[in-house]
Design a protein around this ligand. Structure first.
Ligand code: FPP
Length: 237
């Protein structure tokens, strides 16, 4: 079998980190323990993607719908973000640029400050772009882009008939980045759940029957192989 690196280089990957709650339940642990374990997996897989030469990785960390969860769980997830962003994630040595997708205005002021600093400090890193979607929804993202373009129309600097798909892409949080080649969803679910709706137009969906905290480097390699298998079968002429 060929080394996965050969097949991974240049790919843009989106991951819906799902199954933390079920993982905890299976062990009789609180859901928050599942998120803590999921955060460890996040780090392992982000580093692995970097090592494989993947230029764009986007992880779905908190959706606009996740606010409906009990306050205790939401607070625990936010606390985990803070901890990992502050000291749990070594982007410097690994040359990783971090970007946050989503509406951060609703987040705790301290967390927002940390997010802004991380984006600024890592802006010149060239090894991999890691997008972390927090308070993110694909539909709100499209609405935001539409509003920005509508504003230009209202100001008379843009004609409606001149609006193109490229312009819409340039007004997404992922402006300038490669669209995902595949979206990976562990835990057996087969939904997009409002993740990268605009960007995923041509993405393959790869779902795997592993809960996110159990997801390993080898599972990532398997997912990449699955993607390559599909694109070999259906791609080109
Ligand atoms: C979905 O699993 C997971 C979340 C809503 C939270 C994801 C958060 C992390 C992995 C924590 C840290 C992330 C970073 C970037 C440091 P679920 O709770 O919906 O699982 P279930 O479907 O089994 O209930």
């Amino acid at each position: 079998m060929a080394h996965p690196k050969e097949f991974a280089e240049g790919l843009s990957i989106g991951i819906i980190m799902d199954g933390n709650g079920r993982w905890a339940k299976k062990r009789g642990l609180p859901r928050t323990a599942g998120h803590a374990a999921g955060a460890e997996t996040f780090r392992t897989i982000a580093y692995r993607c970097r090592d494989l030469g993947i230029p764009y990785l986007t992880v779905y960390a908190f959706s606009t719908e996740n606010w409906k969860r009990p306050l205790e769980e939401v607070s625990a997830i936010m606390k985990l973000f803070g901890e990992y962003l502050l000291k749990g994630f070594n982007y410097k040595d690994r040359n990783i640029r971090i970007k946050f997708l989503g509406d951060r205005a609703a987040l705790d002021a301290k967390l927002q400050k940390l997010m802004n600093e991380l984006e600024e400090d890592s802006a010149a890193k060239t090894g991999m772009t890691l997008n972390i979607a927090v308070n993110y929804g694909g539909r709100p993202e499209i609405v935001r882009a539409a509003r920005q373009l509508a504003q230009q129309v209202a100001e008379g600097t843009l004609k409606p008939e001149d609006i193109t798909e490229e312009m819409m892409s340039d007004h997404m949080y992922t402006a300038g980045q490669k669209d995902p080649d595949f979206i990976l969803r562990p835990s057996g679910e087969k939904r997009l759940s409002n993740f990268m709706l605009w960007q995923a137009a041509y993405a393959e969906l790869v779902e795997m029957d592993v809960l996110w905290p159990d997801f390993t480097r080898a599972d990532l390699d398997t997912a990449i192989e699955e993607f390559n298998h599909r694109s070999r079968r259906f791609g080109g002429i």
